[in-house]
Design a protein around this ligand. Structure first.
Ligand code: CA
Length: 531
């Protein structure tokens, strides 16, 4: 009898040990992965302390850095069209702008929500899906069990009194909280109330730090006791770069009174008068807050006003990211959730004397991208492999083990993150269409390799630019006219090959027509309801 009991106890111990092994393995292999995709608007990599720039060390982002420290920082992630709506469309569809159809913000219509997107595939495969915050694609989000997105100002949203549309039906206005705070609170609420039987895929997307850079009042006192250093090429004269010389996005000449938080004089009679007063400066009109502030001093004051408000907005985004990371930690979700932080494109923080984006130059072409997944991505890793925003959709699907449709033009870079022997792209491709609004940036396309960048500005000029990124990382010296012919020939062949591969080999006339074509926005304004 005793012997039999001992045998049984041994069996139980064996079974228990099997159960433990199975459970551990399941955590690694079978338990569905959650996805938290966080995206800010216009948040430059130079403003993230994990990326190490001088200004970011004075205005650190400890929570975005948490993601990088617990996972990977990617240093060569590029968008194919550096502007809000088009980048978001490329991310959702895994397709380039001319294929997904949303290639301009101005006169570019609305996003076609009937096409395939990665959130739809997550939803079809049993995930609970949501998008909260900035959407900016006009049409109601598709592929989500829940959506609450900014709708006022044509979908841009506002920092204060933001209006959100819920599930494409009701619009609510928040009169008390800053937009970043509303989006943060909504995200936590959604996580709290989700169906815990299902894995989740959440897009958590901020308006901040988009122009006109209005931080939450709790950050108004940040950075009041010091000034930020100027970028080395702050006083760029655009020599050898004709397209850049025609820009209208200079800190010195194109920031308006609204950007600089000026208050209008009394006596402006109509809203139109007031709007005109605030927008003064957009077209290069001279103004100064007081007559004693002129020349270099005025430019310096504009930069400090701009960069401080921008970084105060970033501080709010960083706090809101920290809250949700804490939520994942506190609820045992961190081990089984892929967390991505990125921005829809990069931005100029005074480099070349600019604010805004759009150019294929590094600061706006390059996106910040940090990602963590404790099971697979080594903590603290850094990657210089080149990838693109069209690669995000296939990569997230790949992490979750879901099918990647053939029609997606991007490719998964999961292996690049999890295997040191895997490499990214040999070259990345760019094409920008919108002209002349805003900021008079010539339509252009180009290719970037590990060392070189070749750009063709083609709309009302026919200008090529070539940069040696190893020796001229700030892209100040266009060497197109002096570079060896073989180098130019080889880069042009590579560019032609990429254009063909992605079916973007249209004629010059067809491309110019895309810029000229006015596609009106339908933009279904939802029913309004005050809360
Ligand atoms: Ca943007």
């Amino acid at each position: 009898m005793m012997k039999k009991l001992l045998v049984c106890l041994t069996c139980v111990a064996f079974l228990l040990s099997c159960a433990n092994t199975t459970s551990d393995n399941q955590a690694d292999r079978d338990q569905p992965l959650n996805v938290l995709y966080i995206m800010a608007d216009d948040l430059a990599y130079q403003a993230i302390s994990a990326y190490g720039s001088e200004i970011s060390q004075l205005a650190p982002t400890p929570n975005i850095d948490r993601i990088a420290n617990q996972g990977a920082r990617m240093d060569a992630v590029y968008c194919t069209n550096s502007i809000c709506g088009p980048s978001r469309s490329a991310i959702l569809t895994g397709k380039f702008s001319h294929v997904n159809g949303f290639y301009k913000n101005v006169n570019g219509g609305d996003f076609d929500g009937d096409q395939q997107t990665f959130p739809k595939i997550f939803q079809e495969n049993g995930y609970e899906t949501a998008v909260i915050g900035k959407w900016h694609l006009g049409t109601t989000p598709t592929g989500f069990d829940y959506s609450k997105v900014l709708v006022n100002w044509g979908g841009q949203g506002t920092y204060y009194k933001p209006e959100f549309c819920i599930n494409g039906v009701d619009t609510v206005t928040d009169y008390k909280r800053h937009s970043t705070k509303v989006i943060e609170d909504d995200c936590i609420d959604w996580l709290e109330s989700r169906d815990e039987e299902k894995p989740f895929m959440l897009l958590y997307q901020f308006k901040a730090p988009h122009r006109d850079w209005r931080p939450d009042s709790m950050y108004h006192d940040l950075f009041t006791d010091f000034d930020f250093p100027l970028p080395e090429n702050f006083n760029d004269d655009y020599k050898g770069r004709i397209a850049a010389g025609e820009n209208m996005m200079e800190i010195e000449n194109h920031l308006n009174r609204r950007d600089m938080k000026q208050l209008p004089p009394e006596g402006l009679k109509t809203r139109k008068d007031s709007m005109r007063w605030y927008a003064y400066g957009d077209k290069g009109q001279f103004w100064t807050p007081n007559d004693t502030l002129q020349g270099e001093d005025l430019k310096y004051w504009k930069y400090q006003t701009y960069i401080k408000d921008y970084l105060r907005c970033v501080a709010g985004v960083d706090r809101a990211i920290g809250s949700v990371l804490d939520y994942l930690d506190d609820n045992g979700l961190s081990e089984n959730t892929v967390v991505v932080y990125t921005s829809d494109q990069g931005f100029y923080l005074g480099e070349h004397g600019w604010f805004d984006k759009r150019w294929m130059y590094e600061e706006s072409f390059k996106m910040p991208f940090v990602i963590k997944y404790p099971g697979l991505i080594d903590a603290g890793s850094v990657s210089n492999e080149m990838i693109m925003n069209v690669d995000f959709a296939p990569t997230l699907l790949d992490f979750a083990g879901l099918p990647i449709p053939d029609e997606m033009q991007g490719q998964s870079f999961k292996d690049v993150l999890t295997d040191d022997n895997k490499t990214g792209r040999d070259a990345v491709y760019y094409h920008y269409y919108e002209y002349p609004l805003w900021h008079k940036v010539q339509p252009h396309y180009g290719v970037r390799t590990d060392q070189y960048k070749l750009i063709h500005f083609y709309y009302s000029m026919d200008e090529w630019e070539l940069y040696d990124l190893k020796n001229d990382p700030d892209e100040m010296n266009n060497i197109y006219s002096e570079a060896p012919a073989e180098l130019i020939t080889s880069l042009k062949l590579q560019l032609d090959s990429i254009k063909k591969e992605y079916h973007d080999d249209f004629s010059m006339d067809q491309m110019k027509l895309m810029t000229d074509t006015v596609i009106s926005r339908v933009y279904n304004e939802p029913h309004k309801q005050k809360l």
